[in-house]
Write a protein that binds this ligand. Structure first.
Ligand SMILES: Cc1ncc(COP(=O)(O)O)c(C=O)c1O
Length: 417
């Protein structure tokens, strides 16, 4: 075994002085081969907060004891109790948020409103290499409106030889296509590279060319600081099952800026789009809710929402500023160990902490073999084609000792003698 040039006790010292250390006990850690795993996949599925079982059981009991009366005692406005938690996480006010459906479904529903192509303005600008679901969603929206993605889809590409986008290039492309662009829809943090985009600058430029601006915050929500309202973003959607730890299939969140709350444009509706005080009059004319909940369509999936309180309370207890400090420090520690100990590994994620969240995307010679060996050593991270393995040390449940152990395993895999 080739030891690291950094001592294990130094990692332990860092754990001792980590203000978030006690939070780690609030999660269940998966077990494999009778050992707790080293879990670095919060960018895929966050861990289960303790307390979720009780929260689910509480709803199961209400169902058993009250049947349909459960709607009027607990469920009609079930989502409402969670919205304020998103204020510091997404940056907006609770009436600018709604919980509903899954992320891609919400991107479609929001594009029905915010992508209204005309013969003059019909383009959508996205990041090249956006998550496939987003690519399929925008392509199908363009087709749905009778346009051709070959003309209507503008993909932002990095400079040759680079992995990440430069903000000035994004801005230049938006300005170049400004007169013909209807919508700019980017990830807040790119799923593959881990790059966080300058959402404020992109939105400013988007407004300047009179396009709508939306973000897919799947990899940004609960990972980086966000301020959707003040940045004047028109809309956003995210999933709650990654960094926010709300569980597999957890309903997605949407943000719609309050300036759009008197919406009279295109929108798909259902009975949950109707104001609560008139909903059960069963009128044939919609009386729309005039906030983000107006984009809601159906009643809430109670069992999928039940874990949200346990998960979001953790964020509330930690606070976003402390969270982001802890995240910068932990990811910085991983970065410095990789740079010192593993010269054969390249990090494609930006080195500037303000341009990333906790995820580092790594490439290595025979990267898939390295990834498979990590899996054999009880490390949970993921592989993304063509050549990246993603490691996300999340400050809520990863320690400096975890990061130390990971780098030690990587060093053994890469230097077997
Ligand atoms: C950036 C991004 N967009 C969209 C999705 C799709 O999410 P859903 O299956 O909830 O629609 C994911 C899933 O991981 C994602 O990472």
């Amino acid at each position: 075994m080739t030891p690291l040039n950094f001592s294990k006790s130094e990692a332990l010292d860092k754990d001792q002085s980590n203000p978030l250390q006690s939070i780690q006990n609030r999660f269940h850690l998966p077990i494999k081969n009778a050992e707790p795993v080293l879990y670095f996949s919060g960018n895929s599925l966050g861990l289960q907060p303790k307390g979720v079982e009780e929260s689910l059981e509480a709803q199961i009991h209400i169902w058993a004891e009250k049947g349909a009366n459960g709607y009027f005692s607990d469920w009609v406005e079930f989502h409402h109790q969670f919205l304020a938690y998103f204020e510091p996480i997404i940056g907006g006010q609770h009436h600018e948020f709604m919980l509903m459906n899954a992320l891609t479904v919400n991107l479609h529903l929001l594009m029905i409103s915010f992508y209204q192509p005309t013969n003059e303005r019909y383009k959508i600008i996205i990041e090249g290499g956006a998550f496939p679901s987003d690519q399929y969603a925008v392509q199908s929206q363009i087709n749905f409106h009778g346009y051709n993605p070959k003309d209507a889809l503008v993909e932002l590409m990095p400079k040759p030889g680079e992995s990440c986008l430069q903000t000035e290039d994004i801005i230049e492309t938006i300005e170049q296509h400004g007169d013909t662009t209807a919508l700019i829809l980017l990830g807040g943090v790119n799923y593959y590279t881990g790059q966080k985009y300058d959402m404020a600058a992109i939105t400013r430029t988007g407004k300047h060319v009179s396009a709508y601006v939306g973000f897919d915050l799947a990899h940004a929500a609960g990972n980086v600081g966000l301020n959707m309202h003040d940045w004047d973003v028109d809309f956003a959607a995210w999933c709650n099952y990654k960094y926010l730890n709300c569980g597999p299939g957890s309903p997605s969140g949407i943000f719609v800026h309050e300036k759009h709350h008197q919406w009279e444009g295109p929108r798909f509706s259902g009975w949950w789009s109707n104001r609560l005080d008139t909903r059960f009059k069963m009128d044939s004319t919609l009386d729309p809710i005039q906030n983000a909940a107006g984009w809601g369509i159906s009643n809430s999936p109670i069992f999928s929402m039940a874990p949200m309180k346990d998960a979001l309370e953790i964020y509330q207890d930690v606070g976003m500023d402390a969270f982001i400090d802890a995240s910068h420090n932990l990811t910085g520690f991983l970065e410095s160990l990789i740079t010192q100990e593993l010269p054969m590994i390249s990090i494609i994620t930006p080195t500037d902490p303000t341009q990333r969240g906790c995820q580092l995307s790594l490439t290595a010679p025979n990267g898939k073999v390295v990834y498979d060996a990590l899996t054999d050593h009880n490390v949970v991270c993921d592989w993304r084609e063509p050549d990246v393995f993603r490691i996300a040390p999340t400050p809520l449940y990863n320690s400096y000792s975890d990061v130390y152990a990971l780098v030690q395993i990587l060093k053994n895999i890469l230097n077997p003698n």
